[in-house]
Design a binder for this molecule. Structure first.
Ligand SMILES: *[C@@H]1O[C@H](CO)[C@@H](O)[C@H](O)[C@H]1NC(C)=O
Ligand SMILES: *[C@@H]1O[C@H](CO)[C@@H](O)[C@H](O)[C@H]1NC(C)=O
Ligand SMILES: CC(=O)N[C@H]1CO[C@H](CO)[C@@H](O)[C@@H]1O
Length: 186
């Protein structure tokens, strides 16, 4: 990157985009349709991180069009994928300007971790889900939790809230998949 101003501008834009994706928890959108709201509330109730579940899903217009737990789970997998891609992009941008070898190594661990997550969601998780194989989809998505832990364990102190959102939301999606797999419909 030759031009520092240019670098910061692109970085800022990327950050804004990713930040919007990750939801400002204070601006959770009020929804118009009560039935749709209740599907999200009902589905998030009983997940491990109901607050994260609600704030992520209620802020995403796609989830408000879900008609049942199955469609809501499928949308949640897209959101999780996008969160992982967004985090990976943020760390790639950071790496462009990191000179300290120790920090560079940590940033690389995080890039790999979120690549591993988004790759597993897209290449295995979503196809397994589409086949109705919720059991394997669950295992595929579990890699995102491992990735978030690997990144956090480096001690890197960046995008903490976004990483924690991804980690929390992953466990919520795992709960959705468990419910679908058990055949109980919420
Ligand atoms: C949440 O779950 C609890 C326990 O299963 C239940 O009593 C409560 O009615 C549920 N709330 C909603 C909004 O579904
Ligand atoms: C993750 O869940 C914990 C426990 O509910 C909560 O305290 C924390 O704020 C959540 N983090 C995010 C970023 O949503
Ligand atoms: C392109 C860019 O933003 N470069 C910056 C990287 O960090 C050094 C030192 O922290 C700055 O001096 C550069 O301008």
């Amino acid at each position: 990157m030759a031009n520092p101003t240019c670098f910061y501008f692109h970085f800022l834009m990327l950050y804004v985009v990713v930040h919007v994706l990750f939801v400002d928890q204070n601006t959770v959108t009020a929804t118009s349709n009560n039935e749709e709201v209740s599907l999200i509330k009902k589905s998030c109730n009983g997940t491990k991180f109901p607050d994260t579940c609600l704030s992520v899903l209620e802020a995403d217009s796609r989830s408000r069009s879900a008609t049942d737990l199955k469609s809501l789970t499928r949308i949640s997998m897209d959101i999780l994928y996008e969160e992982a891609v967004g985090l990976k992009s943020l760390f790639i941008k950071v790496k462009e300007n990191v000179t300290d070898p120790d920090l560079k190594k940590k940033v690389s661990v995080c890039i790999d971790a979120f690549e591993f997550c988004n790759h597993n969601v897209k290449t295995f998780g979503i196809p397994d889900f589409e086949k109705g194989d919720y059991f394997h989809a669950n295992a595929d998505i579990g890699f995102c939790q491992d990735g978030a832990i690997d990144c956090t364990d480096t001690g890197i102190n960046m995008f903490n809230r976004e990483i924690e959102t991804l980690a929390n939301f992953t466990l919520d999606v795992l709960d959705f998949l468990n419910t679908l797999d058990s055949g109980k419909n919420m």
